[in-house]
Design a protein around this ligand. Structure first.
Ligand SMILES: NC(=O)c1ccc[n+]([C@@H]2O[C@H](COP(=O)([O-])OP(=O)(O)OC[C@H]3O[C@@H](n4cnc5c(N)ncnc54)[C@H](OP(=O)(O)O)[C@@H]3O)[C@@H](O)[C@H]2O)c1
Length: 231
């Protein structure tokens, strides 16, 4: 039977590739986008695909979250994929960081995935598979940090990893599998042209990792190729 999957930040990049891959597999997808001007490919896909429902959502906007949760109240989600994210200003010297910019990155990458999860948790409990996914980054791994810098982005993803770990423990009584996933270095606006893999390769790997994950895999940090990453 087809799964019901909710993906945030699906207007472009890895989110859009996840939607395409899931539809090719025959799944039903609920996808949200923030900027309609950047989401034309997703909107076109929805016009010709009855398995795809799209809605506007800025994940940092609590009013929008509430309105959408009311609209989707009775939809069971097998997976929630918290994908939306920002890098923030690049190449910022440690002397030059602006607190307001740091807070924006933390709000989008750390707090919003938590709020999305809280808002749609009832939908996940209605689903069969109960898989809660956070698209994190290896840049959030303290073990992997050998090059320094990236203060805003790194700290936002390290904090996201802590949230994933705590939720894996706290939601285990509901048999929810919680995964922090690194998508690879991916050719998107964020990853840039020198990135190592196209977004369809990342999406395909991520979907396989999520499919294969069981409760024993919960509360761990996984690469898109199925290998484990140290926190
Ligand atoms: N690319 C990489 O190499 C790489 C590596 C590690 C981790 N990641 C992670 O993978 C995820 C996807 O990244 P990507 O490479 O696909 O980046 P991207 O091409 O820049 O796309 C980011 C997506 O997130 C959305 N987004 C940002 N802020 C949002 C908000 N407040 N509300 C709703 N949507 C919002 C964007 O929407 P708009 O179109 O409206 O801006 C866009 O759809 C992110 O969490 C990122 O940190 C990426």
């Amino acid at each position: 039977m087809a799964r019901n999957v909710f993906v945030t930040g699906a207007g472009r990049g890895i989110g859009l590739s996840l939607v395409k891959h899931l539809l090719q597999q025959g799944e039903c997808v609920w996808a949200t986008y923030r900027d309609a001007d950047k989401a034309s490919a997703l909107l076109r896909l929805a016009e010709k695909n009855s398995n795809l429902t799209v809605e506007h959502l800025d994940v940092t906007d609590s009013d929008q979250l509430f309105v959408l949760s009311q609209k989707w109240k009775h939809i069971p989600f097998d997976w929630i994929v918290n994908n939306a994210g920002v890098y923030g200003p690049k190449s910022v010297n440690f002397q030059d960081i602006k607190t307001s910019e740091w807070l924006d990155v933390l709000t989008t990458n750390t707090i919003a995935p938590y709020q999305v999860t809280r808002t749609f948790y009832a939908n996940l409990l209605q689903g069969k598979e109960r898989k809660l996914v956070f698209i994190s980054s290896k840049m959030g791994s303290i073990e992997d940090n050998t090059s320094g810098g990236g203060y805003l982005y790194r700290s936002s993803k390290s904090a996201l990893n802590q949230i994933a770990k705590s939720l894996a423990i706290d939601l285990s009584y509901d048999d929810v599998c919680v995964l922090a996933l690194h998508p690879g270095w991916v050719q998107t606006a964020m990853g840039g042209p020198n990135a190592l893999i196209p977004s369809d390769v990342s999406a395909s790997g991520l979907v396989t990792v999520i499919e294969c994950a069981d409760l024993e895999a919960s509360g761990q940090f996984w690469n898109f190729d199925g290998s484990r990453i140290e926190w």
